[in-house]
Design a protein around this ligand. Sequence first.
Ligand SMILES: [Fe+2]
Length: 364
Amino acid sequence: MPITFSPIEACAGNQPFAECHEVDLSRPLDATDIQTIRAALLKHGMLLFRDQHAMTPADEVAFNRAFGWHDDAQCDFLFGFGAPVTEHRVSGAAQMPALPEVSVLGNVLLDDYHGITNTQLVPVLGFSHSGWHADGLHDMFDGLPEMTTMFNPPGWESKGGGETYFTSGVCALERLESGLLDELSRCVVAYMRYPNDDAQDETRRIIPGASVMEREGTFRNGFAIDRHDHDCGLHDFELLPEHAEQAGRHPCIYRHPETGQRSLYITPGQAVCLLDMETGAIRHGVDETAELLSAALLPSALPEVRYEHRWQEGDFVAWINTLALHSASDPSEIDGPRLMHRVRLSTPKRRWAEGRYLDFPTGT
Ligand SMILES: [Fe+2]
């Protein structure tokens, strides 16, 4: 049976995402399958594969490596978290010792799970804390993961909550009014200074706490004193443009090098200010930047527009970070045990040199 695709019904009117049929990802993909799925990933931005009950962690890694976007030389799989590669417990998740490409996320105590022992998983990302993002965007200079995959393995279906939200960055641009589109096309986002794979120094960690997000996860209102307790309030902290010095900078509007598709490519929760793409001068300060990025993303983040993926056992989802933005829903809404696998391999690194803004694929 040939591989086929159909729109994901729940979002067909607003999003280009598709479900992929007639493929068993526990079996090796042949060259034709790889070509077919690769083209569909670039066309739809996100693909859903249901009933992948026989898939192993090695199959997940093989899928992520199959399309030519990964870095063969990669030995660090922590993607900007600034932790040593031998540390297998980062940000409430765990990495499989024998396959560190696979992170395990959730809320359960793991013992003897693919080599992970006595590890309590803690869900830390959420819609109210962190919000919409592209993986790696805020804490990597380059080599950002082109694709992320997530898998809900058999035996681990939550009773409710835990959805992952998606919205197409390509469609988000189509919803922008032309003045805002023109302005953002001239801008590079300067993100917060943060320990990352290139600079793991802990002193780079200037964020006083998790970003507190409003307006459907698009607007940062401040930084939480305690991400697990909303009533604790916000840190008394003034974010300044200098908090982005020597940090990652990426264009607001990304032009995909293969397809030419332009997409909104932002992580509002970690943005500091907007710089002129050609000169590097500040075009919009901290407050104005938060307003502009929210205005750009909000029409595509509304409940009636975004796709909320409710995970079923055996679901495998793959998305292109440069074409689709995503967010976790709030962990407090998770009902029952949750365990997910995530794989995101770096693309080959092209060292970013300060000030060379025109090196980035631009929206023009
Ligand atoms: Fe993410």
